[in-house]
Design a protein around this ligand. Structure first.
Ligand SMILES: [Zn+2]
Length: 397
């Protein structure tokens, strides 16, 4: 069974130019790898007005419980300046023990290794005592509207149930074995608008400068930490990402000022409690007249971006222990259990079953010359294979 080789699996996937939202042949290539292993393959296309149609894939081996789901995406980010790559981005060239190509680590490499691991498991032990499925989207790097969320809904409506999920995103900062992600911080973005009164800079009493107010409001968001962090999470952090007045004239006071911010938050907060805290801070700052003596309170509007992400933490010992002991067994290194970094599709999967994330080393993701060490592909395949074996042994505990 050639699917046991993660290197050839990955070459096949990289050679499909699946720059989001294009399928590029990548899901078909994956289906061709999984079908001979006994997987039942289904393709599901999701659409929504104003976004490109997206092809997704769901493949299941077995019909029994327990059911382990591997999740990921075959779409990749654009290559950037193709001429800057030392090897063409869709050639999957191998040089000095590394394979070059867009998606090598994020995350066709993870998929190639998991397919190889399943094939090796079957070769050694026969089909698993339960089910394994692949839930693969073509819409992780794009707007992510027609991807994992809809694919999960679609599968759940057809009666699919999962006991655990592993997402194969690149989670290791430096070396394979560094880090498993067992949760993710939440994320909220907001936009503040202050309405002032336009006027002449020499006659400020006739105007109301919104810059004074936007400084106070943004300071109120930054001046005190939101929390000190928790056992499993770093402290919540807010960044003001933009302050805009759009005024090119030095002798004019502008009519309005806007600011944008994003906060990555831990399990001290929910989306609702954190929004309330932010509004309380802004209201207090709006009433503060330090920069606008004698003036009425600042008038401001706040708009929240759609689709905030809730924080989550996975507490499933069978899943976490199976994976971390597999990593330690193969690499000799005990992985950190981390909740750092950005959001991922795990935030959607957590609504259906416990989920953890482990994949390749992330250093070259989204870069020119994205590449993976062939030795890492072999090691990750061994980790995944050990994990599959241990998870099916532990799943009932
Ligand atoms: Zn990714």
């Amino acid at each position: 069974m050639t699917v046991t080789n993660p290197v050839t699996n990955l070459q096949t996937l990289i050679r499909c130019a699946s720059v989001t939202p294009a399928e590029g042949g990548a899901l078909t290539a994956l289906a061709d790898m999984l079908r001979p292993l006994g997987f039942k393959i289904e393709r599901m296309t999701a659409s929504e007005l104003g976004t490109p149609d997206i092809e997704n894939l769901y493949a299941r081996l077995g019909t029994e419980e327990p059911h382990l789901m591997f999740a990921g995406h075959t779409d990749v980010v654009p290559v950037g300046d193709a001429a800057s790559w030392s090897h063409p981005p869709f050639a999957a060239d191998i040089a000095d023990g590394e394979m070059f190509g867009r998606g090598a680590v994020d995350m066709k490499g993870g998929i190639a290794c998991f397919a190889a691991a399943v094939a090796r498991h079957i070769e050694k032990h026969g089909p698993p005592a339960g089910s394994i499925s692949f839930l693969i989207t073509g819409d992780e790097e794009g707007p992510a509207i027609n991807g994992t969320v809809k694919l999960l809904q679609w599968a759940a409506e057809r009666g699919e149930k999962w006991d655990a999920s592993l997402v194969g995103e690149p989670t290791n900062p430096d070396r394979l074995g560094d880090m498993i992600k067992i949760g993710r911080r939440g994320s909220i973005s907001g936009f503040i608008t202050v309405h002032g009164v336009q006027g002449h800079a020499a006659y400020p009493h006739l105007a109301d400068n919104p810059v004074r107010s936007i400084i106070k409001l943004t300071e109120a968001l930054l001046e005190r930490p939101f929390d000190a962090g928790t056992d499993n999470f770093q402290p919540s952090n807010l960044e003001v990402t933009s302050i805009d007045v759009g005024n090119a004239a030095t002798n004019v006071i502008a009519a309005k000022a806007t600011a944008a911010f994003n906060i990555r938050f831990n399990d001290t907060w929910s989306v609702d409690t954190l929004r309330a805290e932010i509004i309380a801070r802004l209201d207090a700052a709006a009433a503060d007249q330090a920069l606008r003596p004698g003036r009425p309170p600042t008038k401001y509007d706040i708009a929240w971006s759609d689709r905030p992400s809730q924080v989550f933490l996975t507490r499933n010992n069978a899943l976490i222990a199976s994976l971390s002991s597999a990593v330690e067994n193969v690499t000799g290194q005990r992985p950190a259990l981390s909740t750092t970094g950005g959001t991922s599709d795990a935030r959607h999967i957590k609504d259906y079953c416990p989920v953890v994330e482990f994949g390749l080393v992330g250093q070259t993701m989204h870069m020119i010359d994205e590449r993976v060490a062939l030795s890492d592909l072999e090691t990750l395949t061994e980790i995944y294979q050990t994990f599959i074996q241990r998870w099916f042994e532990n799943a009932d505990i």
